[in-house]
Design a protein around this ligand. Structure first.
Ligand code: PMP
Ligand code: GLN
Length: 385
Protein backbone atom coordinates (compact mmCIF):
# COMPACT_ATOMS: atom_id res chain seq x y z
CA UNK A 1 0.00 0.00 0.00
CA UNK A 2 1.42 3.39 -0.90
CA UNK A 3 1.27 6.44 1.34
CA UNK A 4 -2.01 8.32 1.07
CA UNK A 5 -1.24 11.97 1.69
CA UNK A 6 -4.96 12.71 2.04
CA UNK A 7 -5.49 10.23 4.86
CA UNK A 8 -4.71 12.61 7.69
CA UNK A 9 -7.21 14.98 9.29
CA UNK A 10 -5.98 18.57 9.36
CA UNK A 11 -5.45 19.94 12.86
CA UNK A 12 -6.26 23.41 11.53
CA UNK A 13 -8.94 22.81 8.91
CA UNK A 14 -10.07 26.44 8.76
CA UNK A 15 -6.62 28.03 8.62
CA UNK A 16 -5.43 29.51 5.35
CA UNK A 17 -2.23 31.25 4.28
CA UNK A 18 -1.84 34.43 6.36
CA UNK A 19 -3.13 37.71 5.03
CA UNK A 20 0.43 39.09 5.29
CA UNK A 21 1.68 36.56 2.77
CA UNK A 22 -1.34 37.00 0.52
CA UNK A 23 -1.18 40.80 0.42
CA UNK A 24 2.62 40.82 0.15
CA UNK A 25 2.50 38.54 -2.89
CA UNK A 26 -0.29 40.56 -4.47
CA UNK A 27 1.71 43.76 -3.90
CA UNK A 28 4.72 42.20 -5.66
CA UNK A 29 2.67 40.91 -8.58
CA UNK A 30 1.16 44.36 -9.16
CA UNK A 31 4.29 46.32 -8.39
CA UNK A 32 2.31 48.11 -5.71
CA UNK A 33 3.41 50.34 -2.85
CA UNK A 34 3.35 47.93 0.02
CA UNK A 35 1.83 49.29 3.23
CA UNK A 36 0.38 45.87 4.10
CA UNK A 37 2.69 43.64 6.20
CA UNK A 38 4.29 45.60 9.03
CA UNK A 39 7.97 46.11 8.28
CA UNK A 40 10.15 49.18 7.72
CA UNK A 41 11.42 49.99 4.21
CA UNK A 42 14.55 51.55 5.74
CA UNK A 43 17.48 49.82 7.34
CA UNK A 44 18.41 48.96 10.89
CA UNK A 45 21.04 51.12 12.65
CA UNK A 46 24.51 50.60 11.03
CA UNK A 47 26.06 50.48 14.54
CA UNK A 48 23.88 47.50 15.37
CA UNK A 49 24.68 45.75 12.08
CA UNK A 50 28.36 46.34 12.76
CA UNK A 51 27.99 44.71 16.18
CA UNK A 52 26.45 41.63 14.55
CA UNK A 53 29.33 41.44 12.03
CA UNK A 54 31.85 41.81 14.83
CA UNK A 55 30.20 38.98 16.76
CA UNK A 56 30.30 36.76 13.66
CA UNK A 57 33.91 37.67 12.92
CA UNK A 58 35.03 36.94 16.45
CA UNK A 59 33.68 33.41 16.51
CA UNK A 60 30.30 33.75 18.24
CA UNK A 61 28.75 31.39 15.74
CA UNK A 62 27.83 28.32 17.75
CA UNK A 63 24.82 27.59 19.94
CA UNK A 64 23.94 30.25 22.47
CA UNK A 65 22.82 29.19 25.95
CA UNK A 66 19.27 27.78 25.91
CA UNK A 67 17.82 30.74 27.88
CA UNK A 68 19.73 33.35 25.84
CA UNK A 69 23.17 34.81 26.54
CA UNK A 70 23.62 36.06 30.08
CA UNK A 71 24.83 39.43 28.79
CA UNK A 72 21.61 39.97 26.85
CA UNK A 73 19.41 38.83 29.72
CA UNK A 74 21.30 41.22 32.00
CA UNK A 75 20.78 44.10 29.56
CA UNK A 76 17.06 43.28 29.44
CA UNK A 77 16.81 43.17 33.23
CA UNK A 78 18.46 46.59 33.29
CA UNK A 79 15.96 47.90 30.73
CA UNK A 80 12.99 46.76 32.87
CA UNK A 81 14.58 48.45 35.85
CA UNK A 82 15.23 51.72 33.97
CA UNK A 83 11.87 51.94 32.21
CA UNK A 84 9.42 50.38 34.63
CA UNK A 85 11.34 50.31 37.96
CA UNK A 86 10.68 46.61 38.24
CA UNK A 87 12.96 43.61 38.41
CA UNK A 88 13.16 40.39 36.45
CA UNK A 89 15.96 38.03 37.38
CA UNK A 90 18.17 37.31 34.36
CA UNK A 91 18.77 33.74 35.52
CA UNK A 92 15.24 32.60 36.03
CA UNK A 93 12.78 35.12 34.60
CA UNK A 94 13.97 36.16 31.12
CA UNK A 95 14.26 34.01 27.98
CA UNK A 96 15.40 35.09 24.53
CA UNK A 97 13.20 33.76 21.71
CA UNK A 98 12.96 33.59 17.92
CA UNK A 99 10.75 36.66 17.72
CA UNK A 100 7.62 37.27 19.75
CA UNK A 101 5.84 34.69 17.59
CA UNK A 102 7.85 31.83 19.07
CA UNK A 103 7.41 33.17 22.61
CA UNK A 104 3.64 33.32 22.10
CA UNK A 105 3.43 29.84 20.58
CA UNK A 106 5.61 28.34 23.30
CA UNK A 107 3.60 30.01 26.11
CA UNK A 108 0.31 28.75 24.69
CA UNK A 109 1.63 25.24 24.14
CA UNK A 110 3.16 25.14 27.62
CA UNK A 111 -0.04 25.98 29.48
CA UNK A 112 -3.11 25.28 27.38
CA UNK A 113 -4.76 21.87 27.67
CA UNK A 114 -7.82 20.42 26.00
CA UNK A 115 -10.97 22.44 26.77
CA UNK A 116 -9.14 25.24 28.57
CA UNK A 117 -10.65 28.58 27.67
CA UNK A 118 -8.46 31.41 26.40
CA UNK A 119 -9.98 34.85 26.22
CA UNK A 120 -8.81 37.07 23.39
CA UNK A 121 -9.88 40.52 22.23
CA UNK A 122 -10.78 40.94 18.56
CA UNK A 123 -9.54 42.20 16.23
CA UNK A 124 -6.70 39.92 17.38
CA UNK A 125 -3.23 39.45 15.92
CA UNK A 126 -3.41 36.30 13.87
CA UNK A 127 -0.98 33.95 15.63
CA UNK A 128 -2.93 33.55 18.88
CA UNK A 129 -5.95 31.56 17.76
CA UNK A 130 -4.29 28.74 15.74
CA UNK A 131 -1.91 28.00 18.62
CA UNK A 132 -4.84 27.69 21.04
CA UNK A 133 -6.68 25.43 18.60
CA UNK A 134 -3.63 23.20 18.13
CA UNK A 135 -3.60 22.63 21.90
CA UNK A 136 -7.35 21.84 21.73
CA UNK A 137 -8.18 24.83 23.88
CA UNK A 138 -11.29 26.92 23.27
CA UNK A 139 -11.05 30.51 22.08
CA UNK A 140 -13.46 32.90 23.79
CA UNK A 141 -13.59 36.14 21.84
CA UNK A 142 -14.47 39.62 22.96
CA UNK A 143 -15.18 41.60 19.80
CA UNK A 144 -14.31 45.30 20.11
CA UNK A 145 -15.91 47.92 17.89
CA UNK A 146 -14.11 50.62 15.99
CA UNK A 147 -13.23 53.36 15.75
CA UNK A 148 -12.31 53.44 19.47
CA UNK A 149 -12.08 49.70 20.24
CA UNK A 150 -12.89 50.32 23.91
CA UNK A 151 -13.30 47.32 26.21
CA UNK A 152 -16.57 46.76 28.04
CA UNK A 153 -15.13 45.24 31.19
CA UNK A 154 -18.48 44.05 32.52
CA UNK A 155 -18.78 41.90 29.37
CA UNK A 156 -15.30 40.47 30.01
CA UNK A 157 -16.30 39.69 33.58
CA UNK A 158 -19.30 37.71 32.31
CA UNK A 159 -17.04 35.56 30.12
CA UNK A 160 -14.60 34.58 32.86
CA UNK A 161 -15.34 31.26 34.54
CA UNK A 162 -13.55 28.29 36.12
CA UNK A 163 -12.35 27.09 32.68
CA UNK A 164 -10.63 30.37 31.83
CA UNK A 165 -6.94 29.50 31.80
CA UNK A 166 -5.45 32.47 30.00
CA UNK A 167 -6.23 35.99 28.81
CA UNK A 168 -4.23 37.42 25.91
CA UNK A 169 -3.85 41.18 25.75
CA UNK A 170 -2.00 43.44 23.31
CA UNK A 171 -1.21 47.10 23.89
CA UNK A 172 -0.29 49.12 21.82
CA UNK A 173 -2.68 47.17 19.66
CA UNK A 174 -2.21 45.65 16.24
CA UNK A 175 -4.22 46.22 14.03
CA UNK A 176 -6.27 49.07 15.56
CA UNK A 177 -3.40 51.33 16.67
CA UNK A 178 -5.19 51.93 20.00
CA UNK A 179 -3.62 51.67 23.44
CA UNK A 180 -5.00 50.58 26.78
CA UNK A 181 -5.19 53.11 29.58
CA UNK A 182 -4.07 52.62 33.15
CA UNK A 183 -7.74 52.15 34.01
CA UNK A 184 -8.03 49.24 31.53
CA UNK A 185 -5.10 47.53 33.19
CA UNK A 186 -6.57 48.13 36.66
CA UNK A 187 -9.89 46.66 35.51
CA UNK A 188 -8.11 43.57 34.22
CA UNK A 189 -6.08 43.32 37.42
CA UNK A 190 -9.28 43.43 39.49
CA UNK A 191 -10.99 40.78 37.32
CA UNK A 192 -8.19 38.21 37.57
CA UNK A 193 -7.62 38.72 41.29
CA UNK A 194 -8.44 35.50 43.19
CA UNK A 195 -8.14 33.40 40.00
CA UNK A 196 -5.33 31.30 38.52
CA UNK A 197 -5.64 32.94 35.13
CA UNK A 198 -2.34 33.45 33.30
CA UNK A 199 -2.02 36.67 31.32
CA UNK A 200 -0.10 36.73 28.04
CA UNK A 201 0.71 40.38 27.43
CA UNK A 202 1.87 41.00 23.88
CA UNK A 203 3.85 44.23 24.18
CA UNK A 204 5.83 44.14 20.95
CA UNK A 205 5.03 47.83 20.29
CA UNK A 206 5.96 49.03 23.81
CA UNK A 207 8.32 51.66 22.36
CA UNK A 208 5.94 52.91 19.68
CA UNK A 209 3.43 55.00 21.59
CA UNK A 210 2.43 58.57 20.79
CA UNK A 211 1.31 61.93 22.14
CA UNK A 212 3.19 61.72 25.44
CA UNK A 213 1.31 58.64 26.63
CA UNK A 214 2.99 56.11 28.90
CA UNK A 215 3.03 52.45 27.87
CA UNK A 216 0.94 50.49 30.38
CA UNK A 217 3.05 47.38 30.72
CA UNK A 218 1.59 44.45 32.65
CA UNK A 219 4.72 44.56 34.82
CA UNK A 220 3.57 47.87 36.36
CA UNK A 221 0.56 46.22 38.03
CA UNK A 222 1.50 43.77 40.83
CA UNK A 223 -1.67 41.69 40.41
CA UNK A 224 -0.84 41.28 36.72
CA UNK A 225 2.94 40.95 36.97
CA UNK A 226 2.66 37.89 39.25
CA UNK A 227 0.74 35.96 36.53
CA UNK A 228 1.97 37.50 33.27
CA UNK A 229 4.25 36.61 30.44
CA UNK A 230 5.31 39.79 28.68
CA UNK A 231 6.36 39.19 25.06
CA UNK A 232 8.56 41.60 23.14
CA UNK A 233 10.17 41.82 19.72
CA UNK A 234 13.53 43.34 18.83
CA UNK A 235 12.33 43.47 15.22
CA UNK A 236 9.85 46.26 15.95
CA UNK A 237 12.16 48.27 18.13
CA UNK A 238 15.30 48.10 16.02
CA UNK A 239 13.87 48.01 12.47
CA UNK A 240 14.99 44.45 11.72
CA UNK A 241 11.89 42.27 11.56
CA UNK A 242 13.82 39.77 9.41
CA UNK A 243 16.18 38.87 12.23
CA UNK A 244 13.24 37.29 14.10
CA UNK A 245 14.57 38.05 17.56
CA UNK A 246 12.51 38.65 20.69
CA UNK A 247 12.15 37.67 24.32
CA UNK A 248 9.69 37.06 27.09
CA UNK A 249 9.74 37.63 30.82
CA UNK A 250 7.64 36.04 33.58
CA UNK A 251 7.87 35.09 37.26
CA UNK A 252 10.31 32.22 37.85
CA UNK A 253 7.75 29.40 38.31
CA UNK A 254 6.01 30.24 35.05
CA UNK A 255 9.31 30.69 33.20
CA UNK A 256 10.59 27.34 34.53
CA UNK A 257 7.65 25.61 32.85
CA UNK A 258 8.07 27.70 29.66
CA UNK A 259 11.70 26.65 29.31
CA UNK A 260 10.78 22.96 29.46
CA UNK A 261 9.03 23.48 26.12
CA UNK A 262 11.33 26.17 24.70
CA UNK A 263 14.37 23.88 24.97
CA UNK A 264 12.74 21.34 22.64
CA UNK A 265 11.02 23.90 20.48
CA UNK A 266 14.10 25.85 19.33
CA UNK A 267 16.61 25.13 22.13
CA UNK A 268 18.25 28.53 21.58
CA UNK A 269 18.23 31.42 19.10
CA UNK A 270 20.71 33.34 16.89
CA UNK A 271 23.89 33.86 18.82
CA UNK A 272 25.59 36.78 16.98
CA UNK A 273 22.43 38.90 17.17
CA UNK A 274 22.21 38.30 20.91
CA UNK A 275 25.77 39.52 21.39
CA UNK A 276 24.94 42.66 19.40
CA UNK A 277 21.66 43.43 21.19
CA UNK A 278 23.28 42.94 24.60
CA UNK A 279 25.59 45.87 23.97
CA UNK A 280 23.21 48.00 21.84
CA UNK A 281 20.50 47.93 24.56
CA UNK A 282 22.85 49.37 27.15
CA UNK A 283 22.25 52.83 25.73
CA UNK A 284 18.54 53.78 26.06
CA UNK A 285 19.07 56.44 23.35
CA UNK A 286 19.19 53.55 20.91
CA UNK A 287 15.47 52.87 21.40
CA UNK A 288 13.89 55.78 23.25
CA UNK A 289 13.87 57.98 20.16
CA UNK A 290 11.46 55.76 18.28
CA UNK A 291 8.24 57.19 19.77
CA UNK A 292 9.04 60.56 18.23
CA UNK A 293 10.48 58.98 15.10
CA UNK A 294 7.25 57.11 14.36
CA UNK A 295 4.98 59.89 15.57
CA UNK A 296 6.53 62.11 12.90
CA UNK A 297 5.84 59.45 10.30
CA UNK A 298 2.24 59.08 11.47
CA UNK A 299 1.71 62.85 11.32
CA UNK A 300 3.38 63.14 7.93
CA UNK A 301 1.14 60.40 6.51
CA UNK A 302 -2.07 61.80 8.04
CA UNK A 303 -1.26 65.29 6.90
CA UNK A 304 -0.65 64.02 3.38
CA UNK A 305 -4.06 62.27 3.19
CA UNK A 306 -6.03 65.17 4.70
CA UNK A 307 -7.71 65.88 1.37
CA UNK A 308 -8.82 62.25 0.86
CA UNK A 309 -12.22 60.72 1.50
CA UNK A 310 -10.83 58.33 4.12
CA UNK A 311 -11.74 59.02 7.77
CA UNK A 312 -9.47 58.30 10.68
CA UNK A 313 -8.62 58.72 14.33
CA UNK A 314 -4.84 59.14 14.61
CA UNK A 315 -3.14 55.95 15.73
CA UNK A 316 -2.02 56.19 19.35
CA UNK A 317 0.60 53.46 19.14
CA UNK A 318 2.16 50.81 16.79
CA UNK A 319 3.20 51.71 13.24
CA UNK A 320 -0.25 51.10 11.83
CA UNK A 321 -3.02 53.51 10.89
CA UNK A 322 -6.59 52.39 10.30
CA UNK A 323 -8.48 54.25 7.59
CA UNK A 324 -12.26 54.09 7.42
CA UNK A 325 -13.40 53.88 3.80
CA UNK A 326 -17.17 53.94 4.39
CA UNK A 327 -17.53 57.28 2.56
CA UNK A 328 -16.04 55.68 -0.58
CA UNK A 329 -17.64 52.28 -1.06
CA UNK A 330 -19.76 49.65 0.65
CA UNK A 331 -17.54 46.83 -0.63
CA UNK A 332 -16.24 44.47 2.06
CA UNK A 333 -12.69 45.14 3.20
CA UNK A 334 -11.17 42.10 1.48
CA UNK A 335 -12.62 43.08 -1.89
CA UNK A 336 -11.72 46.74 -1.45
CA UNK A 337 -8.14 45.99 -0.37
CA UNK A 338 -7.70 43.69 -3.39
CA UNK A 339 -9.08 46.37 -5.68
CA UNK A 340 -6.69 48.90 -4.14
CA UNK A 341 -3.75 46.70 -5.13
CA UNK A 342 -4.92 45.72 -8.59
CA UNK A 343 -6.43 49.03 -9.68
CA UNK A 344 -4.37 51.58 -7.71
CA UNK A 345 -1.14 49.67 -6.88
CA UNK A 346 -1.42 50.24 -3.13
CA UNK A 347 -1.39 47.34 -0.66
CA UNK A 348 -3.00 47.41 2.80
CA UNK A 349 -4.42 44.85 5.23
CA UNK A 350 -8.17 44.20 5.50
CA UNK A 351 -8.80 43.85 9.23
CA UNK A 352 -11.79 41.52 9.00
CA UNK A 353 -9.34 38.60 9.08
CA UNK A 354 -8.63 39.54 12.72
CA UNK A 355 -12.33 39.89 13.65
CA UNK A 356 -15.06 37.49 14.72
CA UNK A 357 -16.59 35.88 11.63
CA UNK A 358 -19.41 38.03 10.32
CA UNK A 359 -18.39 41.19 12.19
CA UNK A 360 -18.83 44.11 9.83
CA UNK A 361 -16.72 47.24 9.67
CA UNK A 362 -14.98 49.29 7.01
CA UNK A 363 -11.32 49.71 7.95
CA UNK A 364 -8.09 49.00 6.16
CA UNK A 365 -4.75 48.96 7.99
CA UNK A 366 -1.80 50.89 6.55
CA UNK A 367 1.78 50.51 7.81
CA UNK A 368 3.56 53.86 8.09
CA UNK A 369 7.00 52.42 8.98
CA UNK A 370 8.17 53.72 5.61
CA UNK A 371 10.40 56.37 4.09
CA UNK A 372 8.84 59.76 3.43
CA UNK A 373 8.91 59.12 -0.34
CA UNK A 374 6.94 55.90 0.07
CA UNK A 375 4.34 57.59 2.31
CA UNK A 376 4.08 60.50 -0.12
CA UNK A 377 3.39 58.17 -3.06
CA UNK A 378 0.84 56.19 -1.04
CA UNK A 379 -0.92 59.39 0.07
CA UNK A 380 -1.10 60.64 -3.50
CA UNK A 381 -2.97 57.46 -4.45
CA UNK A 382 -5.28 57.63 -1.41
CA UNK A 383 -6.23 61.21 -2.28
CA UNK A 384 -7.33 60.11 -5.76
CA UNK A 385 -9.72 57.43 -4.56
N1 PMP B 1 2.49 40.35 18.12
C1 PMP B 1 2.08 41.38 17.38
C2 PMP B 1 0.94 42.20 17.86
C3 PMP B 1 2.73 41.68 16.18
O1 PMP B 1 2.31 42.70 15.43
C4 PMP B 1 3.81 40.87 15.77
C5 PMP B 1 4.52 41.05 14.46
N2 PMP B 1 4.44 42.13 13.84
C6 PMP B 1 4.20 39.81 16.59
C7 PMP B 1 3.52 39.58 17.74
C8 PMP B 1 5.34 38.93 16.19
O2 PMP B 1 6.58 39.51 16.37
P1 PMP B 1 7.91 38.86 15.78
O3 PMP B 1 8.06 39.34 14.40
O4 PMP B 1 8.98 39.31 16.71
O5 PMP B 1 7.71 37.37 15.83
N1 GLN C 1 3.28 41.58 12.56
C1 GLN C 1 3.33 41.93 11.18
C2 GLN C 1 2.07 42.72 10.85
O1 GLN C 1 1.15 42.79 11.64
C3 GLN C 1 3.35 40.72 10.29
C4 GLN C 1 4.24 39.59 10.65
C5 GLN C 1 3.88 38.40 9.80
O2 GLN C 1 3.88 38.49 8.59
N2 GLN C 1 3.55 37.33 10.43
O3 GLN C 1 2.00 43.23 9.79
Amino acid sequence: MSFNSKAFVSKLPEVQTTIFTIMGQLANEHNAINLSQGFPDFDSDPKLRELVSQAMNTGQNQYAPMQGTMALRESLAEKFDTLYSTSYHPNTEITVTAGATQAIFTIISTFINKDDEVLIFKPAYDCYEPAIELMKGNVVSVQLDGPHFNVDWSRVQQLINSKTKMIIINTPHNPSGTTWSKNDMLQLEALVKDTNIIVLSDEVYEHIIFDEQQHQSACLFPGLKERSFICASFGKTFHNTGWKMGYCVAPAELMHEFRKVHQFNVFCVNHPMQVAFASHLKNPDNYQYINTFYQEKRDFFLNAIKGSRFKYIPSSGTYFQLLDYSAITDENDLDFSKRLVTQYQLASIPISVFNEAGHKDSFLRFCFAKKKETLEKAAEILCKI
